[in-house]
Design a protein around this ligand. Structure first.
Ligand SMILES: [Zn+2]
Length: 542
């Protein structure tokens, strides 16, 4: 179709707005699996279904195989003169765009009544390589099965996947490429503290960023993505912060004559599902292609892209308790410090994939001044005292009669982070197995030790009683009867309290700590101070 006919097709058409595309996606998406759960086999099944559904309107070609022999496919649709290359998941653990490519192909081919869909198919030939790195996907890792980062292999071409990408580029000489990735989900938009949900780069073809017609178009394409997505994202769009990467594909494709737009899907505000990233990719790609065929993106000012705040790393933690006092073992006085930590949950478990590893773990990222760190969840801790979670000792293999999951959950609510289970050498194997069975989220960690090793914290001879009071005295009483009071003859309560902790320094460790509310006079008087909250390995228990 000539440009004149295309213009006629689109004349008077309002086009689909980003919010309209956003609303359409759930009922029109072609891939129902969450992006992190989609593996090679699932992709091939959906590609074949797409081919069957649109027989004659698209071609599906196996262009080659990965290092381990998995098929890599080129999906071709549209009959226009403008060739556009889109590829996804050259990093195996960066999946968000892969389903979006199939969703987009199906959407375009299923809506002949929609002028923009018709115009895109008439004006362009879309060349899609979904999941360029299937071996990496299978392991859910960045690199391919050779251990090579395909996106640093554009010059040496040691990977079969990289060679295929170059082959397709050279065979079709597309005028524009879209390189679709995911970035660190804690990247922020400059110093705004807002997560960078989408980051863009009009990739340079040389270190100087020499301007060219194609690169100017790539910048307008980035601006078009900003225009559409800013209707859906409050501030979450940034400029990718690396201008020139001489071994990367985007840079070299640009140098070879196919200017590339790098689009990175990143973090989402708390509570938003990862599927929103696939949905945003779908909206962005449709919008940019529609404007490309409408008027070569003439309505988009590159400055909108160029003036985006840049990506910032290391400026965000999942949870920050602000303004509390920290009391560490051996320290007599608490000191003021913020406490920031991240949950170590993978995308696989976040998306609920069947193959997902259990979602456990946390790491403290900052202990000190976190005023310049943004948080997914901020907790005001003014006036509170934070101490390491308690450790308790249990002796003898027979404790398995009462050391049950329910007991551990009660211990967790009482502030216990570690149970040290000390047994004779002969009992060690069976005890380790029992401890393994008892492990789980929101429970104390059970560590098996020798009977001759020193005890930690309070000794527990029986399951804890229900705590009648949340005062520190009530909690310690529930754990170990009156035993803790005997120690007060030889040490202060503060020394006792910090001595009961697991004892490790907090920074770099799992986030297991207690939030105490001091007595009205500011002291940790056991009869008046309260156990306000328990955090075990990043989870809030009470
Ligand atoms: Zn990547």
């Amino acid at each position: 179709m000539t440009p004149v006919l295309l213009a006629a097709l689109l004349a008077g058409s309002q086009g689909l707005s980003a919010p309209e595309l956003w609303e359409l996606w759930p009922q029109t998406r072609f891939v129902s699996a969450a992006a992190p759960c989609l593996r090679h086999q699932g992709l091939v099944e959906r590609l074949k279904a797409l081919e069957t559904k649109h027989q004659g309107d698209l071609t599906l070609e196996e262009i080659g195989r990965s290092f381990e022999g998995r098929s890599i496919h080129l999906l071709r649709l549209g009959s226009g003169p403008r060739k556009i290359l889109l590829w996804s998941q050259m990093h195996g653990d960066e999946p968000s765009a892969t389903p979006a490519l199939l969703d987009l192909a199906d959407f375009l081919l299923s809506r002949p009544e929609q002028p923009e869909a018709r115009a895109i198919l008439a004006g362009t030939t879309l060349l899609m390589i979904p999941m360029l790195n299937p071996d990496g996907v299978e392991r859910y890792q960045r690199r391919n099965a050779q251990g090579i980062d395909i996106n640093r292999d554009a010059l040496s071409l040691a990977t079969p996947e990289g060679r295929l990408l170059k082959l397709i580029r050279d065979r079709f000489q597309p005028e524009l490429g879209f390189n679709l990735h995911d970035q660190n989900r804690r990247t922020t938009v400059g110093d705004t503290g807002v997560l960078a949900t989408i980051s863009l780069l009009a990739v340079a073809g040389d270190a100087q960023g020499t301007p060219s017609t194609g690169r100017a178009r790539a910048k307008r394409a980035c601006a078009a993505v900003v225009s559409s997505l800013r209707l859906l994202l409050a501030g979450g769009i940034s400029r990718y912060d690396e201008d020139w990467s001489p071994r990367a594909f985007g840079d070299n494709l640009t140098a070879w004559g196919t200017p590339v737009v790098l689009m990175e899907s990143g973090g989402l505000a708390a509570g938003r599902p990862l599927a929103d990233l696939t949905r945003l990719n779908f909206v962005a790609l449709f919008s940019v292609l529609a404007d490309l065929v409408r008027d070569d993106l003439a309505g988009h000012d590159p400055a909108l892209y160029e003036n985006l705040p840049r990506n910032q790393e290391g400026a965000f933690s999942d949870v920050i308790l602000r303004g509390g006092q920290i009391l560490l073992p051996g320290g007599r006085d608490p000191f003021r410090a913020d406490l920031a930590f991240n949950a170590l949950e993978s995308d696989l478990s976040r998306a609920g994939c069947p193959s997902a590893p259990p979602a456990v773990g946390s790491r403290i990222t900052e202990l000190g001044d976190a005023r310049f760190l943004a948080a997914g969840r901020g907790v005001e801790a003014q006036g509170a005292v934070l101490v390491p979670a308690f450790a308790v000792s249990v002796r003898g293999g027979r404790a398995r009669e009462w050391l049950t999951a329910a007991t551990l959950e009660t211990l967790a609510r009482l502030g216990v982070g570690v149970v040290r289970w000390q047994v004779e050498a002969a009992e060690r194997g069976a005890t380790a197995e029992a401890a393994q069975r008892l492990s789980g989220p929101a429970r104390p960690r059970v560590v098996v030790a020798g009977s001759d090793e020193p005890e930690a914290g309070l000794r527990l001879g029986a399951p804890p009683a229900a705590s009648r009071s949340s005062t520190l005295a009530g909690v310690l009483e529930a754990l170990a009867g009156r035993a803790w009071r005997d120690r007060l003859a030889s040490q202060s309560f503060t020394e006792l309290l910090t001595g009961l902790g697991a004892g490790s320094p907090m920074a770099g460790e799992p986030a297991s700590f207690l939030v105490l509310r001091p007595a009205p006079d500011g002291s940790l008087d056991p009869e008046q101070a309260h156990l306000e909250a328990v955090w075990l390995d990043g989870r809030e228990i009470r």
